[in-house]
Design a protein around this ligand. Structure first.
Ligand code: GLC
Length: 522
């Protein structure tokens, strides 16, 4: 790492007393002196503190949310949820609150063989799931990469590609062997985008999120589009039986083990939640209302919160800049403050700001005659800093911040100084903490709405799985915001297993009488 060239004051605090003790206790043995010297070195390294300039503090301050602000976010989210349950109004309501037509969790009596296609990020997964009763499941899956051109191209091509991958999966795993000539696989389609459903297998895409923008899909029934692509292949014996949002899959998979699991949350590329709501609390519900259907899972699509300004009191200039330059300006405002797709970009924009103020890499970016082209790439390339970088830098506990330096070097910022690394780690911590606090505020609203004596929330997504600090901050903040007993549980393979369960519950209900669940939300 290059030595610091900036004006930051570096404090070396050496714990003299501890050091003397070490030296004193050892009776003149050379080894001990050696150890003492090593200890002093370690202490001096780990107690280096860069005093942040006021300018840095001022830039980071708007990202530091108070509990009062979080409670206002909670109140606003709760109001928007209630409003959107009254009537569908995509202009006035921030949220969609889509009924999913999933009325029951698994009872343990489900069984059978299912295929699941899981589309929601930059790759998609095909799974073959066996449900063997009493919540035992076997799963075999394969991840297929989606060529970038397909994400932005003609929608029909995307669905044809999915059908092609399904064919490959069935052939490679010889799934059709021993099946009768008229056998058809039931397929659950995990499609993690906002869809207005008319039934379990009719779902109109309302808008793309998370960087997808295939043409001719918005406004169309995606179940039909997938079925048509499957049928175009002539020899693919599959019927699509259910459309499932990833949050719903996450909830279903977890609720087979936890009876009080009534909410599912994704904290990953996107961020969203679903929960069981009593039909009596959904004035806009037009579907069946009888003994068997007293509740339905609502896909909140809460990433859209803020569309009409209710988050403006905490949005920063950086949030606005990120939003304006995104594929979907003014949409998914809340998601853009939290999810993994955007966390790295928020950090990158702050870094760019600090560079432009000559606080970071002073004298080495614009002024130097030997400007490195890769520095400039980092400065202008949207999305070049990932959430994984944020997590790794935030977790950097090395004395010399060498992890941070290595990451910065890997993205083209060569020889960052200790000060540069220190400031960037502060930026990562601040942005990640804000995201965790906001996610906690949202989950707190869910827990309060469920109004149960204790509730389990199923969670999946990279931020929860792999970003340890984020997860800790989330749990800590949630503990402060809600008094009710709750636990967050990782839902393993939720969006595949849970979707298969949705199809399985549907099959069971068609053939056998309902088994009523306890712990309904009141
Ligand atoms: C986006 C999608 C939503 C999905 C979430 C997590 O917010 O709109 O449907 O559940 O990402 O993948």
């Amino acid at each position: 790492m290059a030595s610091s060239s900036s004006n930051y004051i570096i404090e070396f605090k050496i714990d003299v007393i501890k050091t003397l003790k070490i030296v004193g206790i050892s009776t003149g043995v050379l080894t001990a002196i050696g150890l003492g010297a090593y200890y002093i070195h370690r202490r001096s390294q780990s107690s280096k503190r860069v005093i942040l300039r006021d300018e840095v503090r001022n830039i980071l301050r708007p990202f530091q949310l108070t509990e009062e602000q979080l409670r206002r976010v909670m109140a606003n989210l709760n109001t928007e949820m209630t409003n959107a349950l009254k009537v569908d109004n995509s202009v006035e309501n921030d949220l969609a609150m889509f009924p999913t037509y999933v009325h029951h969790g698994p009872s343990g009596k489900e069984s059978g063989e299912y295929l699941v296609v899981d589309l929601g990020g930059s790759n998609f997964r095909v799974s073959h799931v066996f449900i063997e009763g009493r919540n035992r499941m076997r799963l075999n899956n394969k991840i297929f990469l989606i060529p970038h051109s397909l994400l932005l191209g003609e929608g029909e091509k995307l669905f044809d590609y999915i059908a092609e991958c399904l064919q490959r999966f069935i052939d490679d795993n010889k799934l059709s062997v021993l099946k009768t000539a008229d056998y058809k696989f039931d397929l659950a389609f995990t499609f993690s985008f906002p869809c207005q459903q008319k039934s379990l297998r009719e779902a109109t895409l309302v808008s793309w999120t998370k960087g997808f923008s295939c043409t001719s899909v918005v406004g169309n029934d995606v179940v039909l589009m997938l079925q048509q692509a499957i049928d175009r292949r002539k020899n693919l014996p599959i019927q699509v039986v259910a459309l499932v949002n990833d949050t719903v899959g996450t909830l279903m998979a977890c609720s087979s083990n936890y009876r009080d699991c009534k909410a599912g949350v994704i904290l990953g590329t996107g961020m969203n939640a679903c929960y069981f709501e009593a039909l009596d609390n959904i004035p806009k519900w037009k579907g069946a209302r009888d003994n068997q259907t007293k509740q339905v899972i609502i896909n909140t699509e809460w990433g859209a919160l803020g569309k009409n300004g209710c988050l403006d009191f905490i949005r920063t200039d950086i949030d606005r800049e990120l939003d304006e330059s995104s594929l979907t300006p003014h949409q998914q405002v809340f998601e853009k403050m939290i999810s993994a797709l955007y966390l790295g970009e928020i950090v990158r924009l702050i870094i760019v700001d600090l560079v432009q103020r000559s606080i970071l890499f002073p004298g080495r970016m614009q002024k130097s005659p030997s400007i490195r082209p890769d520095y400039n790439i980092f400065l202008i390339l949207r999305g070049s800093f990932y959430a994984k970088h944020v997590a790794d830098i935030e977790n950097d506990t090395t004395d010399d911040l060498s992890t941070t330096a290595t990451i910065l070097t890997s993205i083209g910022i060569h020889d960052p100084s200790y000060d540069d690394c220190f400031i960037i780690r502060e930026v990562c911590k601040t942005v990640s903490l804000r995201a965790a606090k906001l996610a906690a505020a949202a989950i707190a609203v869910l827990i309060n709405r469920l109004n149960m004596s204790s509730v389990t929330v199923a969670v999946d997504g990279t931020l929860f799985r792999h970003h340890e600090q984020f997860k800790q901050n989330l749990s800590r903040t949630l503990g402060r915001l809600v008094l009710r007993a709750h636990r967050l549980v990782l839902s393993e393979d939720g969006s595949s297993k849970g979707s298969a369960l949705v199809a399985a519950v549907d099959r069971r209900l068609k053939t056998s009488p309902i088994v009523y669940e306890k712990n309904l939300p009141s």
